[in-house]
Design a protein around this ligand. Structure first.
Ligand code: ZN
Ligand code: ZN
Length: 322
C-alpha cells in the first residue's frame, strides 16, 4: 500500500500530494501510522532549498504515531520520531548512546521521506515510546524542538544556574519551560517587548529587551535566527560561562578572542539528542507537565502551517494532525 505524503518537488515550491511505495520492512524496522507532526524551522530550510538537498522533499521530523507493523517495539505502542532515523550502531558514539554524533547518521526527512504523511517506516531504535501523561499534539514538538533545548541544559546547567534563552519562539519557549523546571534562574531575551507576559508564563523570572548586562549568566542558549553581538553576549557570561548556539542562523558569529579568553568562556553548539536522551526528556516533560504551546491544523493545510512557521507567526509551534 503506498504512503500518502505531501512533498515539495522543487525549492520553494508549494507542497502537493505525493505517493510513494515504501521499501519492504527490514528486520528491526517498524511502520508507524502518524497522528501528529510538528513543524520545525529546519523543515522550512529543507523546502526552501537553503540546505541544498534532493527533491522531492517530504518534510516533517516531529512525528507521533502508533506502531502497526515490524519488530522491536510492541504493536500498538505510541511512539515519537525526531530528526534522526538511523545510525551505524557500532561506532564509538553509537556504542556509548550518543547516536546523534554518528558519522553515518540518517535524517528522517533529508534523504528520506518524512512525517508530512499518513505513515512512515524507521529503525525501531529511533522510535521512542511516548509516556502516557503526554498529549500527542503538544508533545510532537518535543521530538526536535524540545530535545534541542533539553540536551544543552542537561549538559551545562543545574539547579540554581543562571540561564538566558535568546529568542522566544518554538525552541525558546520550550527552553524557558525546561530551564525553569530544572530549577534554574531563567532570563528571556527578546527583541519584542510584547512577549514579556507570555515569556514569564513559560517560566522566565526576568525579561530583557535589547542587550543583556555584563556578568549575568552561566549559560546562554541562542535560539534566535539572527547573530547577536558576540562582544556583548560573551561579556554577559559569568566566568566559565557557556554560550551555546542552537538556531541555524546563516550569518557567521563574529567572536572577539578576548571575549573567550577573559573569564575562560566557552563557545558551543548543540543539535537534537540521542534516543536515550529523548526518552529521558519525555519522562522529564511528563513529570513536570511540560509540552509545547501549539497551533494545530489538519495535514491537508500543511502549506498554510509551513508558511506560518516560515514567517515566524506560529504561537509557538505549528502541529499537523492526521
Ligand atoms: Zn527540527
Ligand atoms: Zn555510529
Amino acid at each position: 500500500m503506498p504512503i500518502h505524503a505531501h512533498a515539495a518537488l522543487a525549492a520553494k515550491a508549494k507542497l502537493q500530494p505525493f505517493e510513494y511505495e515504501p521499501r519492504p520492512l527490514a528486520p528491526g524496522q517498524v511502520e508507524i501510522v502518524i497522528s501528529h507532526c510538528g513543524i520545525c524551522h529546519s523543515d522550512v530550510h529543507l523546502v526552501d532549498g537553503d540546505w541544498g538537498g534532493v527533491f522531492p522533499v517530504v518534510p516533517g521530523h516531529e512525528i507521533i504515531g502508533t506502531v502497526v507493523a515490524g519488530d522491536g517495539i510492541p504493536l500498538g505502542t505510541r511512539v515519537g520520531v525526531g530528526w534522526q532515523c538511523g545510525s551505524c550502531g557500532s561506532c564509538e558514539w553509537c556504542a556509548e548512546g550518543e547516536e546523534r554524533l554518528c558519522m553515518a547518521s540518517q535524517a528522517t526527512c533529508m534523504g528520506n521521506y518524512g512525517g508530512f504523511a499518513d505513515r512512515i517506516r524507521v529503525d525501531h531504535r529511533f522510535a521512542v515510546p511516548i509516556p502516557a501523561g503526554l498529549d500527542s499534539a503538544s508533545a510532537a514538538p518535543l521530538l526536535c524542538g524540545g530535545i534541542t533545548v533539553y540536551t544543552p541544559l542537561r549538559r551545562y546547567a543545574k539547579a540554581g544556574s543562571r540561564v538566558a534563552v535568546v529568542g522566544i519562539g518554538g525552541l525558546g519557549h520550550l527552553g524557558l519551560r525546561f530551564a525553569a523546571a530544572m530549577g534554574c534562574e531563567v532570563t528571556a531575551i527578546s527583541t519584542r517587548r510584547d512577549k514579556e507576559g507570555e515569556a514569564k508564563a513559560f517560566g522566565a523570572h526576568h525579561f530583557v529587551v535589547g542587550d543583556p548586562a555584563a556578568n549575568s549568566f552561566d549559560l546562554i542558549l541562542n535560539t534566535a535566527h539572527f547573530s547577536p553581538s558576540m562582544e556583548v553576549y560573551l561579556q554577559a557570561l559569568r566566568p566559565k560561562g557557556v554560550f551555546c548556539q542552537l538556531g541555524a542562523s546563516a550569518e557567521p558569529l563574529a567572536v572577539p578572542p578576548f571575549g573567550l579568553i577573559v573569564g575562560s568562556k566557552t563557545l558551543s553548539g548543540s543539535a537534537i539528542g540521542s534516543p536515550a536522551g529523548i526518552a529521558e526528556m519525555l519522562r522529564f516533560a511528563a513529570n513536570h507537565g511540560i509540552s509545547a504551546q501549539v497551533e494545530i491544523l489538519p495535514m491537508a493545510r500543511c502549506n498554510e502551517a509551513l508558511d506560518r512557521t516560515r514567517r515566524n507567526l506560529a504561537r509557538y509551534r505549528m502541529v499537523l494532525a492526521a
